[in-house]
Design a protein around this ligand. Structure first.
Ligand SMILES: C[S@@+](CC[C@H](N)C(=O)[O-])C[C@H]1O[C@@H](n2cnc3c(N)ncnc32)[C@H](O)[C@@H]1O
Length: 339
């Protein structure tokens, strides 16, 4: 039965009649494959059995959002929560296999909640160099009567060696300037004066507070129960890969990693067991052919949460002012320009 949606609900719907065609666009792995055979394709299957068929050392960036150590229904299957020792064995089972597929210059991000974080760290340390633990403030979380509401997740950042790529300039955060200090000449100190307001591009830290989970009014939203937002994944991809690099996700769910990789001109592939989620992912990839927008990432910078109105204002202002909506010119020059 198709779900009825409210008029402003933009959640992606897969129609009954689309399903078989969408599934036809996925691939199955039953024998060792080449990089070309999977580049730009989604693999439908069980990661634990597919991983052994992947080529060696082809992944530049591995992004993983595995089932956390909780009992959770995904499509037709339920992931059963287990004790920490058993969860570590489960993690070791696929992290051990996939580590051989990552290039020596590769980077790895693994998402988890605080309950699974210790196990994830323990297993990652056996295979990679752990460089940071990012804390993502998800904002939304279920209130608890006798505990603190849980509204944060961890993302472990690792590399395969000391030789790795990291582009901090690609992931700067655009913040509104609250204290607009100027130098002796009257020019802005470390901030930009624009026709839409005053902004500063700040260095990203390992505390991410600018990203919410997808919700029903966003076009990227699907019915996947634990979908990550495109903005979250865009940060990892822009910081740790170059255009053309191979991004892989062995539990792709609704396809967020692959969709963002496509939008940012990376090569991608991934694995998912549930047909329902594969269909969503293929449909999202089709949409990405004609729309590469990533909500919250605009003009080469990440915007603070709830700043869509400001971002739209920038778009409108750039349209009005021609190609230079941003007024980076010093204040004196701007005045001269406006005379
Ligand atoms: C946390 S979700 C990933 C969500 C994804 N990041 C997104 O944005 O939609 C984990 C996914 O792993 C899938 N999964 C669990 N066990 C699997 C297995 N053995 N092989 C392939 N996929 C599996 C689940 O069906 C689920 O969609």
């Amino acid at each position: 039965m198709m779900k009825e949606r409210a008029p402003r609900n933009r959640t992606l719907t897969v129609l009954e009649e689309e399903k078989s065609e969408l599934m036809r666009q996925t691939v199955h792995l039953t024998a060792p494959c080449t990089v070309d055979a999977i580049g730009g394709k989604l693999i439908h299957g069980d990661s634990l059995s597919c991983l052994e068929f992947l080529p060696k050392q082809f992944i530049d960036l591995l992004i993983v959002d595995p089932p956390y150590n909780l009992s959770k229904k995904f499509g037709e299957n339920t992931f059963a929560g287990m004790d920490a020792g058993a969860y570590e064995l489960w993690l070791e089972n696929w992290i051990g296999k996939i580590s051989g597929c990552v290039k020596k210059t590769g980077a790895i991000y693994v998402c988890c909640d605080w309950q699974s974080s210790k196990s994830v760290q323990t297993v990652l340390e056996k295979h990679f160099i752990v460089r940071s633990r990012i804390t993502w403030e998800r904002e939304k979380g279920r209130g608890a009567k006798a505990n603190w509401k849980n509204c944060a997740e961890d993302i472990w950042f690792c590399t395969a060696s000391e030789d790795y790529y990291f582009n901090v300039d690609a992931v700067k955060l655009k913040r509104k300037v609250l204290a607009p200090y100027r130098d002796d000449a009257g020019d802005p100190k470390d901030w930009q004066e624009t026709v839409e307001g005053n902004y500063r591009l700040t260095h990203p830290s390992n505390l991410w507070t600018d990203i919410s989970i997808p919700f029903w009014s966003m076009p990227e939203n699907t019915d996947h129960p634990t979908q990550k937002s495109e903005k979250l994944v865009a940060k990892m991809i822009l910081a740790s890969s170059r255009p053309g690099d191979f991004v892989f996700d062995p539990f792709f769910g609704s396809g967020t990693t692959c969709v963002v990789a496509k939008k940012l001109k990376r090569t991608f592939s991934g694995i998912e067991r549930e047909p329902e989620y594969c269909q969503m992912a293929v449909k999202r990839l089709q949409r990405a052919e004609t729309n590469d927008a990533i909500q919250g990432y605009h003009d080469g910078a990440f915007w603070e949460r709830n700043s869509l109105a400001d971002q739209n204002q920038v778009k409108t202002a750039s349209n009005v002012a021609g190609s230079t909506g941003l007024c980076n010119a010093p204040r004196r020059q701007q005045r001269a320009n406006s005379i």
